[in-house]
Design a binder for this molecule. Structure first.
Ligand SMILES: *[C@@H]1O[C@H](CO)[C@@H](O)[C@H](O)[C@H]1NC(C)=O
Ligand SMILES: *[C@@H]1O[C@H](CO)[C@@H](O)[C@H](O)[C@H]1NC(C)=O
Ligand SMILES: *[C@@H]1O[C@H](CO)[C@@H](O)[C@H](O)[C@H]1NC(C)=O
Ligand SMILES: *[C@@H]1O[C@H](CO)[C@@H](O)[C@H](O)[C@H]1NC(C)=O
Ligand SMILES: *[C@@H]1O[C@H](CO)[C@@H](O)[C@H](O)[C@H]1NC(C)=O
Length: 352
């Protein structure tokens, strides 16, 4: 389908050389042709451009401009409309150094046949172009580009703004009417998670606590831990476009703006997400996913007995409870989850 579109588009606008032989047009007497022919060519070219730009489905393939120009103005809503299948978008956010993790995660998603729904929120232009060059339409950059200088100034307004980008993007996709699944890319899918999103709850999430729970554990919000809030992971969240889910995201954004931030606190948005869960529990229909299917890295990589006991039940494994690119890679390799070494041909991005 997309190949056909691209070929068709090439043959329509692809021959701008006026000296190439053309059949003479019966509507054009030869004496006018030196002026009218180029004009008509220009006019038809403009009409074609207009046609492609008005048709959102064609947009990702529509322009012969350089990739830089082509993708700079691609919006989140255009991108969501393009990738959504069955009303659902799968979102991740990636900066350039994390491309190998993106590719690894993507291979595992492709094996479950959900890759066409994936939208990569690029945190920099290098990522935007790297993804869209290989896989047109699957990456978007939401301006402004997070400036690493201001974005990492803890406690600054710029820092709050940067960390609140994720819930803002999720909220925007819900406002468009789509379901959205967010994933960190240091995860690997071992099975299709969608059958686990049972019922019609507003939000589905996983526990980041490593303590083993019984297989029939409750699906409600777990009780608060030592810090007064629960330890739900902001790494894997599924939301339906309901008013309850929007209430939660707005609260999360609000918490990010209001939480005093300090150097001693972790530089992520998980605490604010947990306070938002804590404060909206009466208004939002929440569903805790089963631990055996969605274990935290603190359990999966640290308790071999548990892994053996729950064999065949694992769906998404998160490579957390470990810090650093190298260590994460090494650990995935040890468990046979570093798929990019041998299976990069399975990724829509190929070898990166
Ligand atoms: C969309 O839904 C149909 C019918 O339920 C299903 O067969 C198909 O696999 C789904 N596609 C994706 C990408 O989820
Ligand atoms: C942060 O966001 C607020 C509200 O969206 C905006 O008014 C402010 O200028 C932003 N500040 C920085 C430093 O990005
Ligand atoms: C789980 O199963 C045990 C024993 O079968 C039972 O005592 C317990 O109430 C169940 N817990 C829940 C949350 O259903
Ligand atoms: C919310 O947090 C407060 C303060 O830590 C706690 O007392 C309360 O039990 C929490 N509520 C829920 C539903 O987790
Ligand atoms: C490891 O898993 C086993 C089996 O589920 C459990 O009994 C044990 O308490 C766990 N160990 C730790 C340290 O959590």
């Amino acid at each position: 389908m997309s190949l056909h579109q691209r070929q068709q588009q090439k043959s329509l606008v692809g021959d701008p050389d006026p000296s190439s032989p053309r059949p003479p047009s019966p509507l054009l007497p030869h004496q006018f042709s030196p002026y009218i022919k180029p004009l008509l060519l220009l006019l038809s070219f403009l009409l074609l451009l207009l046609f492609f730009f008005k048709s959102p489905t064609y947009y990702p393939f529509s322009s012969d401009q350089s990739p830089l120009v082509r993708w700079r103005d691609y919006t989140l809503s255009e991108a969501a409309n393009f990738v959504a299948k069955n009303g659902t978008v799968i979102l991740c956010a990636v900066s350039y150094p994390y491309l190998p993790f993106l590719n690894n995660w993507l291979i595992s998603v492709t094996r479950q046949r959900h890759h066409e729904q994936v939208l990569v929120v690029a945190e920099d232009y290098a990522t935007l172009y790297a993804v869209n060059e290989r896989w047109p339409g699957h990456a978007v950059l939401v301006p402004p580009v997070p400036d690493t200088q201001t974005a990492h100034k803890f406690g600054s307004q710029g820092f709050f703004n940067f960390t609140s980008r994720r819930p803002r993007h999720l909220l925007q996709i819900l406002e468009l009417g789509y379901n959205v699944m967010y994933n960190d890319v240091d995860m690997v899918w071992l099975a299709d998670p969608f059958p686990y999103l049972k019922g019609t709850h507003d939000v589905y999430f996983t526990d980041d606590m490593a303590a083993v729970k019984p297989l029939n554990h409750s699906h409600g919000l777990p009780p608060p831990g030592k810090k007064g809030r629960p330890y739900i992971c902001s790494c894997m969240i599924y939301l339906r476009p309901t008013s309850g889910a929007k209430v939660l995201l707005k609260k999360w954004i609000n918490e990010l703006q209001e939480q005093p931030w300090s150097k001693t606190q972790k530089s992520n948005d998980q605490p604010a997400f947990n306070w938002a869960l804590n404060k909206t529990v009466g208004q939002v229909d929440m569903y805790l996913l089963p631990q055996a299917a969605f274990p935290t890295g603190g359990l999966y990589f640290k308790n071999k007995t548990w892994v053996r006991e729950t064999k065949g039940m694992h769906v998404i494994v998160h490579n957390n409870y470990i810090i650093g690119f190298e260590k994460k890679t090494k650990r995935f390799r040890e468990y046979g989850f570093w798929l990019v070494d041998d299976y990069s041909h399975e990724s829509p991005l190929g070898k990166i």
